[in-house]
Design a protein around this ligand. Sequence first.
Ligand code: TXE
Length: 499
Amino acid sequence: MSANTVAVLESVQRFLARHHGLYIKGSWQPSASSTRLSVFNPADGLQISSSADANEADVDKAVASAWRAFTSGVWANMLPAGREKILLKFADLVEQNSEELAQLETLEQGKSINISRAFEVGCALNWMRYTAGLTTKISGRTLDVSIPMPEGARYQAWTRKEPVGVVAGIVPWNFPLLIGMWKVMPALAAGCSIVVKPSETTPLTLLRVAELASEAGVPDGVFNVVTGSGAVCGRALTEHPMVAKVSFTGSTATGKGIARAAADRLTRVTLELGGKNPAIVLKDADPAMVIEGLMAGSFLNQGQVCAASSRIYIESPLFDSLVSGFEQAVKSLSVGAGMDTNTHINPLVSRTHQQKVASYLDDAQRNHAELITGNNGPTGEGYYVTPTLVVNPAAELRLNHEEVFGPVVNLVRVKDAEEALRLANDTEYGLTASLWTRDLQAAMSYTSRIQAGTVWVNSHTLIDANMPFGGMKQSGSGRDFGPDWLDAYTETKSICVRY
Ligand code: TXE
């Protein structure tokens, strides 16, 4: 253990040792299923905790609790300022417990404690407070109408935004707390009740946060957490007849399955799916800025970021110098456990995912791709993958078109910006992209031609609570964040009065 290793808080040790149940109706409930799901520390592969493997009966109980809380009006009909105050207190409690939450996240997910502190908790707080503020901004419109009958009658119409009902939130394992709050907060701000399911790999932080929501004053039954597999628990939740809306972040394949099932009941769905995100570097770009920005954009959280840059297209005159710049940068990354504050690259989330990412590199090696590798992780049972640059990969390689979701990035030489744009758009995905240039004309013209929900110029992966985020093409449907975020959690009701 290095001198920079963070000591695990006693409260974290106690939380890990608990026999976690399900959080339903404001308290811990045992699961009807006797099977447990192990939680492992990705840094050494050792089991650190376990969670309940909820079945259909558990899910039914959680959704019924959410439904009763919703229809009682205890939350949905509370004055908006009352809901806002409770949600701001919720954020304060998350802040007061930030180190505990950050450590839990690093221990179950593997990422650097620095990233857990700054992103999982720090960004979650930004988003929580932003969304709490939306609670008091929910507004309809007044509408002058021209209904011509009966003769002489006059009408006045207006719209109201009403909460949709019970929301199901399905959360992946790459940012369990942050993405979890992206489901919980808009639902609560809009006046909905929610049942949220974290990934089976990383259930701990949302379980802890549920207690804090109750402590803040969120009424019992409004915020419920069920843990379990996607196939049983996730499916039962997203297909439950009392669920009015599903907010899902995860793989494209699972998202499509959820959308298909939702179509049967016309359940509303927001899908935030994968990406194979391009970065286009024009020959006038600032090389230092490119390397700093795209190293972060590609390797943050070991590349387990849906918005990450994974294909970098570089105009020929800059290509050789940028490849050596990236090589130097990747070789300077230290690889080790997330609890060590001095490491840059940490283990991936699970053995299964480590093997999946390694299979892309095996495929590249078998096909004689040129690989530039950084430092290896510590030997042992940790789920490490060596950070790798793939230079000019052949078109047929799997890592050229599939989402790797690991510390692997392609560097590709292109003759000009038009070729870069054609290759960048030649994907089924359309989540994010970036353009690197000092030429305003080029920036204005290419940003509108790149097919992606978010396009950055001279940065990558920088998201903000006030900036809508979501995918085009196979990267999803609907947008999260921004001033209109709650629209997806509300119904618009028209009211028309004759006078
Ligand atoms: O995803 P799944 P997995 C991508 C990434 C990764 C791949 C597979 O490329 O390698 O997806 O990861 C729940 N009904 N992303 O297998 O299956 C599941 O329990 C309802 C991109 O982990 O989509 C978990 O809570 N729920 C991504 C969540 O869905 C179901 C983040 C995600 O799992 C379900 C993660 C079902 N039938 C992976 N099946 C991003 N967009 O950021 C599974 N789940």
